[in-house]
Design a protein around this ligand. Sequence first.
Ligand SMILES: NC(=O)c1ccc[n+]([C@@H]2O[C@H](COP(=O)([O-])OP(=O)(O)OC[C@H]3O[C@@H](n4cnc5c(N)ncnc54)[C@H](O)[C@@H]3O)[C@@H](O)[C@H]2O)c1
Length: 249
Amino acid sequence: MSNMLRGQLAFVSGAGGGIGRAVCRALAKEGADLVAADANITTAKETISELSSSDHLPIQIDVSSASSVDDALKKAIGHFSRVPTIVVNAAGITRDNFLLKLPVEDFDKVIDVNLRGTFLVTKACVNSMIEANVSHGGSVVNLASIIGKTGNIGQCNYSASKAGVEAFTRSASMEFGKFGVRVNAVLPGVIETAMIETIPSEVREMFKKRIALGRIGKPEEVADLVLFLASKKSSYINGASIEITGGMR
Ligand SMILES: NC(=O)c1ccc[n+]([C@@H]2O[C@H](COP(=O)([O-])OP(=O)(O)OC[C@H]3O[C@@H](n4cnc5c(N)ncnc54)[C@H](O)[C@@H]3O)[C@@H](O)[C@H]2O)c1
């Protein structure tokens, strides 16, 4: 373990998922304490149980619910007696379908978790940083997607939610600059997690042909970018959307 983030508390949503778990590992390795928040408390606990040192808290959360987000943050602050200064919004879902067949509730659900959830967690955490007078040096990292730029067949809900996360990130960075909080978006291409398990193998092969490096990405590779954006090493990067796709076209 090195100590780039020693003494910092990080709030990671989607911490039981592929990318969220890798992010927790990367941040903890640099000495951060973690609030590992996920709708699935079992996987959040698994994430924590495999980390060695320091104090980490698994917590159940529904990021699309304002009261759930507020409760989770309150519990976290109660446990650690301090507020998170790093926030990673990695909770996300897909409900893929052709637009003309997409049930209205599957449109709403994806927007609620991916976009509204990012707003609710960011709002609660950054307000707590400002109230505690520790906002300077704070960093928010939002998981968007390359699909938010390119669009994708069967993903009108998901692509709109992720384009929304990018626009949200830019606006938030303009409002938070005076508090010393940076906000950036990460735009992964295709990463090996549960989210892409349902992609049929022929579609995977098609994706690979579009990736210059010829392979699907690993959660650890995304986590290294998130770590960089969370740390002081990226102190002048703000309001940015950074692609991590292996060179997808
Ligand atoms: N895997 C990819 O190829 C890829 C590509 C681009 C972007 N992303 C984005 O990266 C993020 C992480 O995805 P992943 O690949 O690790 O997927 P994943 O399915 O492994 O993890 C997502 C996690 O979010 C949690 N979650 C779902 N709804 C929630 C809610 N309402 N409240 C709290 N937690 C909730 C799930 O329980 C799960 O643990 C997502 O925002 C996703 O859209 C992934």
